[in-house]
Ligand binder design. Structure first.
Ligand code: CU
Length: 161
């Protein structure tokens, strides 16, 4: 008498359960792929400093570009209302640059156009990101965190020669 319908509630439930499990698996795979194959991470935060002593604390007592070995550089950047220090760095094409950043007053952003370098400049916290500039050209560094009336004036430049 009771002829089983092809879409019984049990079957529907099984289908939905397997779909949900498959989606979880896909999301997990996407997460691992982005983290390990594409190297995407949360903005680096290695270390903290006293936010009232930024200009006395190495390496922030000497903002700017420093060559650490052939082809490798360190660029120390400060964010303040409303400028970056330094305003410009020049590097040869192929250079690997590690950006080390912090802020002297309020929270700023540090995004280098055309790259995946994107840090928060937070007073008391050190941001770090490494990028290799392969092509000659100019990259604008912009503040992407609204920091007051002069926010839109905040920029610096990376010149790859
Ligand atoms: Cu800003």
């Amino acid at each position: 008498m009771s002829k089983e319908h092809p879409l019984s509630p049990e079957k529907v439930e099984k289908v939905f359960l397997s779909l949900a499990a498959a989606m979880l698996l896909v999301f997990l795979l996407a997460l691992f792929y982005s983290a390990y194959a594409m190297g995407m991470h949360l903005p680096g935060r290695d270390g903290e400093i006293n936010p009232t002593m930024v200009r006395e604390t190495p390496p922030f007592d000497e903002p700017g570009l420093k060559q650490i070995e052939p082809g490798r550089y360190e660029a120390v950047f400060l964010g303040m209302a409303w400028a970056f220090q330094p305003r410009e760095i020049r590097i040869p094409a192929g250079a690997e640059v590690t950006f080390i950043t912090t802020a002297t007053d309020v929270i700023h952003g540090f995004h280098i156009e055309g790259t995946r370098v994107n840090l928060m400049m937070i007073p008391g916290q050190i941001g770090r990101a490494t990028y290799t500039f392969t092509e000659p050209g100019e990259h604008l560094i912009i503040c992407h965190e609204y920091c007051g009336a002069g926010h839109h004036l905040m920029y610096a430049t990376v010149i790859v020669e």
